[in-house]
Design a protein around this ligand. Sequence first.
Ligand code: CUA
Length: 193
Amino acid sequence: MTVPAPPPVPLRHDEGADTAERVERRWAVLSVVIVVLLVTAATLAGVYQGAMPQAWVETANPRTLHIEGEFIESNLGSAIEADGSVTVRGIGQQYSFTPSCITVPTDTPVRFRATSADVVHGFLITGTTVNLMLVPGYISNLSARFDSPGERLMPCHEFCGMGHEGMWGRVKVVDKAAFARMAADRRRVSCVE
Ligand code: CUA
């Protein structure tokens, strides 16, 4: 004699589980939408940059930087231009900046022009908006203005090799009049003794 199988227990429909499922599905859709948006934005940016390359790029040959052109050693450091503004030229290399200490005046337009002799380095002056990448083959440009005198640090902020941690420079911001006195008797100002 066989025992009849018990009738199947109907799945209890739980309202909480329903709500959870609905919310979960909504978040799943939202995350896919976010990913699609990000991929679209990256694609558009890539196409735009590919179609419209930078209008103006300056190059410098890293192999001959020290021998000829704008970045020879005697041309590095800060120089006063005819219009009273200051141009600072520098080079980054594993693992130092040349010059390793820069002097700039307060209340003066200062233009930085720098490049790299080997790999990509970072060029940043603490407490300011000066922040550049030094890419071998290219000249990086940035204009700045310093309000108050003081000493600032200039760390390399792109990993450039085993000595990256020790790649630091210093920046001395000096009073405009003091800078003019320093610049009076030499062509380039730096604070390397
Ligand atoms: Cu140069 Cu890090």
